[in-house]
Ligand binder design. Structure first.
Ligand code: E4P
Length: 220
């Protein structure tokens, strides 16, 4: 299973690549705004961190675009900046239509803002490299999401689509594990979510105990 960092903070991404061996990055307009930098500047900085690797960096087109031609035009412009970029398109009619148009020109797409298996299926049919169901947003509204992930993975496997299922808006370690058990290919979450997921309070408690025993025992 691949882990992507959901962030546009360069220091976080560098840490995730070097210390955690992460496989990619997802950005969105909120992450870019939080970075405090202009859009093009920050995505170029992230691209530099992934240069020479096969790490995928999702960058989102202007969310105001409502025509596929505008999405394709901007997608091509962004893809020319870095071969690592995978263009994020919204799960709208125009977004779906832009997927094959970019693919014809060798540009990969990540269908974002997906909230149902039907939307994911259409993204796969259109040739998306990644499809991103947003589970955190759904669970905030009280919806169960594991069965949706299972359905998307089953549909993908039934028809042999080569789209990877990228479970997004992941908020905690339980959701990471649920996505892995359901057969998702990738999860993306924020820095703090992964930090918490890689930790457990008992690890610190246990380490302190072992240090105490260690200190009471001769080495030789
Ligand atoms: C995924 O690609 C999205 O960037 C992300 O998961 C959206 O959710 P959030 O910004 O609410 O965490």
């Amino acid at each position: 299973m691949k882990f992507f960092l959901d962030s546009a903070i360069v220091e976080e991404i560098e840490h995730a690549f070097t210390m955690w061996h992460f496989d990619g990055v997802t950005t969105n307009p909120r992450h870019v705004q939080v970075s405090g930098k202009p859009f093009l500047k920050v995505i170029k900085e992230i691209a530099a961190l992934a240069a020479g690797t096969d790490r995928a960096i999702s960058v989102e087109v202007n969310p105001h675009h409502d025509h596929h031609a505008a999405m394709v035009e901007e997608g091509l412009k962004l893809a020319a900046i870095s071969p690592n970029f995978v263009i994020k398109l919204p799960a709208t009619e125009a977004g779906f239509k832009a997927i094959p148009l970019l693919k014809e020109q060798g540009v990969r797409a990540n269908l974002t803002l997906a909230f149902s298996a039907a939307q994911a299926l259409q993204a796969m049919r259109m040739g998306a490299t990644f499809v991103s169901p947003f589970i955190g947003w759904k669970e905030s509204n009280g919806e169960e999401t594991v069965s949706m992930i299972e359905e998307i993975v089953t549909i993908r496997d039934n028809y042999g689509f080569d789209t990877e299922v990228l479970v997004a808006a992941v908020r905690n370690a339980r959701q990471i594990v649920d996505a892995a058990v359901a057969g998702a290919d990738i999860v993306t979450a924020g820095f703090a979510v992964f930090q918490d997921a890689f930790d457990h309070p008992y690890t610190g408690v246990g380490l302190a105990k072992f240090q105490s025993f260690w200190d009471q025992t001769p080495y030789e």
